[in-house]
Write a protein that binds this ligand. Sequence first.
Ligand SMILES: Cc1cc2nc3c(=O)[nH]c(=O)nc-3n(C[C@H](O)[C@H](O)[C@H](O)COP(=O)(O)OP(=O)(O)OC[C@H]3O[C@@H](n4cnc5c(N)ncnc54)[C@H](O)[C@@H]3O)c2cc1C
Length: 462
Amino acid sequence: MRAEGAPTNALDRLRQDLAGIEAHDDPALLRSKSVDFHWYSPILSEMLRDKTADLLVVPRDIGELRRIAAACARHRVPLTLRGGGTGNYGQCTPLERGVIVETLALNNVQVHDGFATVQTGCIIAALEDAARASGQEILMFPSTLSDATIGGFVAGGFGGVGSIRHGILKDPGNILRVQVLTLEHAPRLIELIGSDIQKVHHAYGTNGIITEMDVRLAPAEDWRHMIALFDSYEAALRFGMAACRPDLPLRLLSTVERRFAPYYTQYQGRFDVTHDAVFALCAAQGLPDFEALVQRCGGRVSMAMTDAEVRAAGLLPAYECAYNHTTLMALKMDRSWTYIQLSYPQPFDLPLALTLIDEFGAEILWHHEFSMAGGGYGVFAIPLVSYFDAERMEEIRLAIEARGITVFDAHVVTIEDGGMKTIDDSQIDFKKVADPHGLMNPGKTRGWRPEYATAANNRATG
Ligand SMILES: Cc1cc2nc3c(=O)[nH]c(=O)nc-3n(C[C@H](O)[C@H](O)[C@H](O)COP(=O)(O)OP(=O)(O)OC[C@H]3O[C@@H](n4cnc5c(N)ncnc54)[C@H](O)[C@@H]3O)c2cc1C
């Protein structure tokens, strides 16, 4: 039996309007397209267990996407966008059934000098390849770049590999333009530039369909995958702090405790339980400075490989040993782990970080990510937590927050309860324009109230 969402006759009428567009209603396929990586969280796994869509549609071009948007608005059917489905918080899981729109066929890329114009469904690795073919590279990517889309990154992500050099997605000038299709009877394309881009960035696809964007490119570098080993995790963290300087050409800077080594089996000999590690990407011309700094901090380099050498050795790239790939590596061997996301106050308080490590002992395994954001260097962490129950997760969150550290709750589905903390009124105001009937990814923002849609419905019929 259907739980909620659009009445069956609305769906039937919608299907008629979408004749000729690729559509699927096989329940197993719908279920698989309704999930992302929220299974990292036992809490979300339980909460989203039965959530699924009524229909999957796969537009081939903007014309088909426009027809889908118009039909959903006309028949009041919820619409949830899906790129690669690699988000972590059930971002693309429909809470109120309806239609999932998979964007992967909208994947055109045009590379220019200093930027690329790219459609939303382009896989980030393909964008990087296109940029590299012109001697350029993208500024940042999530470690899921082989499956994730650029639209999903802008709508659901925050930054990642490359952020140590260029800051996060939110920082001015990293995304230059975003084009958004509205969910109205007659959908419109709206262009957003400058700070207006924030209206749809990290909005989980609740306020307009991102169709294409201009993203800034930088000159390509010859990156080396590096591991540096240290006698203590404190020494690794001290290296991380010292390496946060603009003249050191880095694309990744992450410290990883030795307790992760059993999950990184392929790195044996380069990283094992005897040492704590720094995983980094360093440009070839910066290697002498990188190595000198490692030595000054009491460590030694155990790996410095080109992309080709990493592939030939059958190793994972350094960035798959950092960020949320750490969680994936551990979960592949032991499903009792989950995770928590923290951002430390700046400047980074090393004794505070070490106190937490001591305090939680075997319950939390630590790795730290060094990044730029808002023009300055910062440190955050996505440590593994040995899962007991939801109550204990809450105790841990409160204990960490009591020390002045921000926790971005990874076990909730709304934008506000997770990373953003407060309702972004500009995103809600834009939703009134781009999704006046409140049909996009419903339930994912606490800022939207049913009366907003009622007002729009009255205007449409009145
Ligand atoms: C192992 C692992 C590592 C990760 N590392 C990082 C990281 O370093 N940094 C980071 O930021 N994230 C990270 N993530 C999260 C995720 O992989 C990225 O944010 C990724 O870019 C999402 O892209 P996607 O195409 O898979 O998006 P999806 O999961 O498909 O969608 C994400 C959100 O965007 C919305 N959306 C998709 N397309 C559109 C569109 N056209 N218009 C409007 N909304 C849209 C969806 O509805 C959903 O709410 C990681 C996840 C995993 C599992």
